[in-house]
Design a protein around this ligand. Structure first.
Ligand code: GLY
Length: 318
C-alpha cells in the first residue's frame, strides 16, 4: 500500500516534501509536519506562520494542531507568539506533555525549552496590509474607545468577508495536511495565523481537536479552513469522521457536515472548507464557495495535482 498526502490549496508548496517522507518509508505524522513547516516558513502566505497577518493590536498569534490516528493522540498550541513552527510545537505538546492544548505564554515557554529559534513573525508586508485597514492609529488622539470601535468594525468585516478583508488573490486561510502512510496510519496537521485583526487571544478551530482537526485510523480524517467559530460549534472535523464511521461515503460525510453549518445562528457566517481522507486513503474536499480546490499527491505521482472541491452552498454565505 503506497502513501498519499492531501492539503488545502496553499499546502501545495509542502506536498512534495511530505510525500518524499512516505516514499522513504516515513510516517504519516512526520509527513504532515514536514508539509506544514514549509507553509509556515513561506513569506508569501499571510495566513500561516511567518508573515501571517496579525491580531488587532498588530501581534502575530499562531494556532496549530496535530493528530495521530493510531491511538487518537493529539497536541495543539494556541495564540503562540514569536515562534514559526507551530505544527511541530503542537507535536511536542502531544509527545512530551500530559496535555493536549497549550496556549499563549505556556506555548512560547515550551518552544524556548525545546530549543526552537525565536523569530519576529510580523513582516513589513503583513504589517502594511494590517495597517492599511486601520484608518486611525492605535494611539488615536481622540482616545482608546474610538480605536476599539474601529477595530471591532474591522473584525466584523473580516469575519463576514474574509477574502475582501485580506485583499489577496493567492490561495490562503490556514493550511490542512492529511497523510496516510504505507502502514495505513493516518495523521493530520493544521496551522494558521487565524483571522487577521482578530481579538487578541482569540483561537479558532485549528487548535481545537474535533473542530478543525480529527484523525482516526479506523475511519479516516478531516480538517477545516474558513471561519473557525463555525467548525468549533459544529465539531466539523469530528463530524465528518463520525459520519464515515456510521456508513456514509466520504462525499456524503462532507456534504452532511457542510449542511450542518447552515443551521448555525451566526451573524458572521462565512466561507467554510473541509479536506478529508477515508480509511482506505481516498481523498475528498468540500467548500461553501464555488471553484475551490485542494491538492493531492500519492507516492506514484510525479507532482501534486490540484482537484476541485465539492461545492456545498451554505445559505447566506456568498
Ligand atoms: N480556520 C482558522 C481560523 O478560524 O482561525
Amino acid at each position: 500500500m503506497n502513501g498519499i498526502v492531501i492539503a488545502s490549496a496553499n499546502g501545495a508548496i509542502g506536498l512534495e516534501a511530505a510525500v518524499d517522507i512516505l516514499r522513504h518509508g516515513g510516517s504519516a505524522l512526520d509527513a504532515v509536519i514536514a508539509g506544514a513547516r514549509l507553509v509556515e516558513a513561506n513569506p508569501e502566505d499571510h495566513t500561516v506562520g511567518y508573515s501571517g497577518l496579525p491580531n488587532l493590536f498588530g501581534e502575530v498569534e499562531l494556532d496549530a494542531s496535530v493528530m495521530d490516528g493510531r491511538g487518537l493522540r493529539a497536541g495543539s498550541v494556541g495564540a503562540l507568539k514569536g515562534y514559526q513552527d507551530a505544527a511541530d510545537l503542537a507535536r511536542h505538546v502531544m509527545d512530551e506533555l500530559p496535555h493536549v492544548l497549550i496556549a499563549g505564554e505556556g506555548a512560547k515557554r515550551l518552544a524556548a525549552e525545546i530549543g526552537m529559534e525565536p523569530r519576529d513573525l510580523l513582516t513589513p508586508e503583513a504589517k502594511a496590509i494590517w495597517q492599511e485597514r486601520l484608518d486611525q492609529p492605535a494611539t488615536a488622539p481622540n482616545g482608546h474607545q474610538t480605536y476599539l470601535r474601529k477595530v471591532r468594525e474591522i473584525v466584523r468585516e473580516a469575519a463576514t468577508d474574509p477574502e475582501a478583508a485580506r485583499g489577496e488573490e493567492i490561495p490562503h486561510g490556514t493550511v490542512n495536511f492529511i497523510a496516510r502512510d504505507r502502514t495505513g496510519d493516518i495523521a493530520c496537521a493544521v496551522s494558521t495565523s487565524g483571522w487577521a485583526w482578530k481579538y487578541p487571544g482569540r483561537m479558532g478551530d485549528s487548535p481545537v481537536i474535533g473542530a478543525g482537526n480529527y484523525a482516526d485510523n479506523r475511519w479516516g480524517a478531516a480538517a477545516c479552513t474558513g471561519r473557525g467559530e463555525m467548525a468549533q460549534r459544529c465539531c466539523t472535523a469530528h463530524s465528518v469522521v463520525t459520519f464515515m464511521r456510521f456508513g456514509m461515503s466520504l462525499d456524503e460525510a462532507l456534504t452532511t457536515a457542510m449542511t450542518d453549518l447552515a443551521h448555525l445562528d451566526d451573524p458572521y457566517k462565512s466561507e467554510m472548507n473541509i479536506v478529508a481522507l477515508d480509511k482506505e486513503g481516498n481523498p475528498g474536499a468540500a467548500s461553501s464557495s464555488k471553484d475551490k480546490t485542494y491538492v493531492v499527491m500519492t507516492e506514484e505521482m510525479p507532482a501534486p495535482e490540484e482537484r476541485p472541491r465539492l461545492h456545498v452552498p451554505i445559505p447566506g454565505v456568498g
